[in-house]
Design a protein around this ligand. Structure first.
Ligand code: GLY
Length: 348
């Protein structure tokens, strides 16, 4: 088993092992001491993994109820959170009980937000079933839902008490969903670890998946321990995301998050070279690596259209907008700029 400790406002462990789902009950009991749990999942994951999780919780003597919501970004909503809170209250869940998120990023974000609000905060465990959730959203305590006005506009920082990652769950992901997770993992390589990047560049990705997840969450955990509330360094985790979010929006979310981040990452490399922040030509290397991992590297959406969406990005502040730019593979910086400069910076 691989394990990583996160030290933020609370300390917790991330345990990574093939088949760990079948041991979820004993580990949750050992790490949290909980005797009652609410397992929260979506329709697809319910059909694939709820039974294994529930059997294991039951064998460990944890009394467990289940809440299932429908798949899709439209259910990452205040309505779903309200339904979970009413369900838990109707069953008299108490402060010593826990919520468990079993699923991808949407399930984890919704469950974490519900856990932050129920009785002013109960503990929760993340069991990510996608590579994307395993390397990113299940770690670091960002939780939340979408509002009609935009994505992730309501939420809370609420750290999980434990994260259990079973890479065998990735076997049921489509190639496109696996590639979404690869894009986020490659991002960690570019911001902090060239040898991680090289696994995607010429190594055996699936054969090294436990090491990849461990290294990604180590990098994230280091950064979160220094900047839990996203005031500075944590923004580095958003390499490729400002332009990526604009691509998602301009395509009406037809381009998935990871695919959009891949294109955004290439554009960040090109911008870094153009601005002289990065002295080497890394963009060809990054492009080839993304393509090897079945990810797109360009878009037909015009820079003019993307720049106008980026100018409205929620991450901008009165001090401008921070772009994340690589200085080489394995290192990046925050580069503050005026939002009006974005079109020229990203023009090729
Ligand atoms: N997904 C970026 C972060 O957790 O800060």
């Amino acid at each position: 088993m691989q394990s990583v400790k996160v030290t933020a406002s609370t300390q917790y462990d991330i345990l990574i092992e093939r088949g760990i789902l079948k041991r979820a009950g004993e580990l949750i009991k050992e790490y949290t001491g909980a005797r009652r749990a609410l397992l929260i999942t979506d329709r697809t994951v319910d059909g694939l993994y709820s039974k294994a999780a529930l059997d294991s919780l039951k064998s460990a003597g944890i009394d467990c109820e289940k809440f299932v919501f429908e798949d899709g970004e439209e259910h990452k909503s205040l309505k779903t959170v309200g339904d979970i809170l009413s369900f838990a209250a109707g069953l008299n869940f108490t402060r010593s009980d826990i919520f468990i998120a079993l699923g991808g990023g949407i399930v984890g974000d919704v469950t974490g937000f519900a856990a932050s609000a129920y009785l002013r905060g109960v503990r929760f465990v993340q069991i990510p079933t996608t590579l994307l959730a395993a390397v990113d959203s299940s770690v670091g305590g960002k939780t939340g839902v979408n509002l009609p006005e935009g994505k992730n506009l309501a939420g809370a920082f609420h750290q999980p008490s434990l994260v259990l990652c079973d890479p065998d769950c990735f076997n049921t992901l489509s190639d496109a969903l696996f590639a979404d997770g690869a894009a986020e993992s490659i991002k960690y390589g570019i911001i902090a670890d060239e040898s991680l990047f090289e696994i995607f560049e010429f190594g055996d990705v699936k054969g090294n998946i436990e090491n990849i997840v461990r290294r990604c969450v180590e990098i994230k955990s280091d950064i979160v321990s220094r900047d839990e509330f996203d005031l500075g360094e944590r923004q580095k985790l958003n390499l490729g995301h400002t332009l990526g979010h604009a691509i998602e929006r301009c395509s009406d979310f037809a381009v998935s998050h990871g695919h959009a981040v891949a294109i955004g990452t290439v554009r960040a490399c090109l911008a870094a070279q153009k601005l002289g922040v990065c002295k080497e030509d890394i963009s060809e290397r990054v492009k080839k690596t993304l393509e090897r991992n079945e990810l797109p590297v360009s878009t037909d959406i015009s820079v003019h259209e993307l720049a106008s969406v980026m100018q409205r990005d929620k991450k901008r502040s009165s001090a401008g907008i921070n772009l994340i730019l690589p200085t080489k593979i394995g290192e990046c910086i925050l580069y503050n700029t005026d939002p009006n400069e974005l079109e020229s910076i990203y023009s090729l």
